[in-house]
Design a protein around this ligand. Structure first.
Ligand SMILES: [Zn+2]
Length: 374
């Protein structure tokens, strides 16, 4: 079975929300690849809730750790809401195929399975692999395991995500920290008896704004905007209108440009905290980094970027959303993000992939494999 639309219909019908085991969707992919004579290696683990998860590496020939090209695709989807009864039924609508995971990222998965079924292993001079991962939508937990295990070392990697068939050679990182500012509770009629955590947080936030301004000088033109950005997306503090607030917490998010150490921002914020503490003994604050994912970029003239650009007819670009590409970088691969459909419809009940892009993607993948692995 190599009809890519039929493959996508089957893949969408197998629910693989991150909280569920991805074994059924992996088993389906394995059955398609087995028919094409591929060999496999399974890497199983239990997620924090005790659910079995699987990463799968597949080869058209003999198993080998060093491969020229890896086609990488996650197998989980974000949850779909109860009022989307057709989430796991692929619905065709004027050239678009709708369903949960249609573009993020079962569309690309269907394409690599269809392409794999048509690749003649005898024609490959250099090794190829397909890498299917679990838990991408919840912090890339699956691919991290493969990095820790040193399970595979691709030279080049195409990471599937919806990019409307544009090769994406650079992406910003994604980092998050929680900042907890402490004060001292008191009756608001006697503010001198307390320390307002909200006033302290406000002072720190002014300093963080200055840091955000200074980051604009470290430019990377492949991104828009061409610098690291900072966002304070949530803030909570205080107990009641007549109490001097004893605490204030906020979430600090930053998206570092490729090549920048993701700890630059928390280091600068720590410096600001140290200065505020020096100036005022009552200033108390703790910064806890929750997540650091660095950015990635491949050279514009790299073989992989050129192969994808020429096969797709689309110029390379960059993205602001998180992907598994930085983890492929850690494996030593030059990584490019690519796939049918657009992230604009992903993570919503409007999710769809244009059928024409799906069909084109299969041909592009076959051409790129020919180009890079022949
Ligand atoms: Zn995705």
């Amino acid at each position: 079975m190599t009809d890519v639309v039929e493959l996508l219909r089957q893949l969408v019908s197998i629910s693989s929300v991150s909280r569920e085991s991805n074994r059924p969707v992996i088993a389906f992919a394995q059955s398609v690849l087995a028919q094409a004579g591929w060999s496999f290696e399974e890497h199983c683990y239990l997620d924090p809730s005790g659910t079995e998860k699987l990463n799968l590496i597949a080869w058209p020939g003999a198993k080998t750790k060093q491969v020229e090209l890896a086609l990488v695709c996650h197998t989980d989807t974000v949850p779909y809401s109860a009022d989307w009864p057709e989430a796991t039924t692929l619905v065709a609508d004027e050239g678009d195929l709708k369903g949960c995971g249609a573009c993020d990222v079962k569309g690309f998965l269907a394409c690599i399975l269809a392409a794999a079924s048509e690749i003649d292993p005898a024609r490959l001079g250099k090794p190829l692999a397909i890498v299917l991962t679990a838990d991408e939508e919840i912090g890339c937990a699956g691919v991290r395991r493969l990095v820790d295990l040193d399970a595979i070392r691709p030279k080049l990697a195409v990471v599937g995500e919806p990019t409307s068939l544009r090769p994406i050679r650079a992406g910003k990182g994604y980092c998050l920290a929680e900042v907890a500012v402490v004060g001292r509770e008191a009756h608001s009629a006697f503010p001198d008896k307390g320390v307002s955590a909200i006033h302290s947080a406000a002072k720190l936030i002014v300093e963080i704004e200055k840091i955000a301004e200074s980051l604009k000088n470290l430019r990377a033109e492949e991104f828009s905007p061409p610098h690291t950005t900072i966002n304070i997306g949530e803030i909570r503090g205080g107990l009641a209108k007549n109490i001097v607030p004893p605490y204030c917490k906020f979430l600090l998010e930053w998206r570092p440009i490729a090549g920048q150490d993701p700890s630059l921002v928390p280091d600068l914020v720590q410096e600001a905290i140290a200065k505020l503490s020096e100036a005022d003994a009552d200033f108390g604050c703790e910064l806890k980094v929750l997540r650091t994912q660095e950015g990635f970029s491949a050279a514009e003239d790299s073989r992989l970027v050129r192969a994808l650009a020429s096969a797709s007819g689309n110029a390379p670009g960059s993205v602001a959303f998180g992907t598994e590409a930085p983890w492929l970088r850690k494996m030593g691969a030059e990584a490019v993000v690519f796939g049918p459909g657009s992230m604009l419809s992903a993570h919503s009940p409007r999710e769809f992939v244009p059928q024409a892009e799906l069909l084109r993607c299969v041909e592009i993948l076959k051409a790129v494999v020919d180009d890079l692995c022949a």
